[in-house]
Design a protein around this ligand. Structure first.
Ligand code: G3P
Ligand code: CA
Length: 240
């Protein structure tokens, strides 16, 4: 059996609040999360903004690709109404705003670099510089589906915590993680419970699971005996 896993709120408390907004992050604190997972993309003028998709279409009242929009354009959007009218006026936070807020608590922070579809050249250094500015190195894990991005992070800062993100069952990704000497993977349940999961653990990697929203599912994983360090969930309150 696992010990109580570390609970990361996925895009904040996104089951009950609009994802990747300050209200979702504040709710994660109130719901007892140990950490927050968030997604970072880059505007056309180089601002790091906290949003999952490469466009603003799904989660705001605007339209457009983030890489083609300025920070000012992004800041003018409503990122709350799509979820519920009571969240009207919520904004897409900048990563700077997020870290300024996070300075007031002690939660762990998982910054996912969304470089798997748009390369966002230079984002790795920008994120590391901001982490340094806010003196957050000990609290942050940087993850990405793009292992070249992870490699760049490690080259720039060999001591920052990083994790490779794995989607579905990928032998090649596990091999790449081993080549890079990664010590943590963020995976889905199917991977964790497979021979790949066992191989990752045997190679000294910690496993964190996304996205676990049902306690029943967690119980099943727990009973399997596979050691899981953390779960990433839309509903942190269910796991406290
Ligand atoms: O970091 C875990 C999870 O957030 C990765 O998938 O699509 O929700 O960013 P996604
Ligand atoms: Ca994510």
């Amino acid at each position: 059996m696992n010990q109580q896993p570390v609970i990361f709120a996925h895009r904040g408390a996104s089951g009950t609040h609009p994802e990747n907004t300050m209200t979702a992050f504040q709710a994660a604190v109130e719901k007892g999360a140990d950490g927050i997972e968030l997604d970072v993309q880059l505007t056309s003028d180089g601002e790091m903004v906290v949003i999952h998709d490469e466009t603003v279409n799904r989660t705001t009242d605007g339209k457009g690709a983030i890489e083609q929009m300025t920070a000012e354009e992004i800041a003018s959007l409503d990122a709350g109404s799509w979820f519920h009218e009571k969240f009207a006026g919520e904004k897409i936070p900048t990563l700077d705003e997020f870290f300024a807020w996070a300075s007031g608590n002690s939660l762990q922070i998982n910054v996912e670099l969304k470089t798997n579809k748009v390369p966002y050249h230079g984002i790795e250094k920008k994120v590391l510089d901001l982490i340094e500015h806010y003196n957050m190195r000990g609290r942050v894990i940087i993850s990405s589906f793009n292992f070249d991005s992870i490699k760049r992070v490690v080259e720039l800062d060999p001591y920052i915590a990083v994790a490779g993100l794995v989607w579905k069952m990928r032998r090649d990704v596990l091999d790449k993680a081993k080549d890079l000497g990664l010590t943590a993977l963020h995976t889905q349940v199917s991977f964790a419970l497979s021979e790949y999961g066992k191989e990752a653990i045997d190679s000294g990697m910690l496993l964190r699971l996304y996205t676990i929203n049902e306690v029943k599912e967690w119980n099943r994983i727990n009973e399997s005996g596979v050691p899981i360090e953390a779960i990433i969930t839309d509903f942190p309150e269910r796991f406290r």
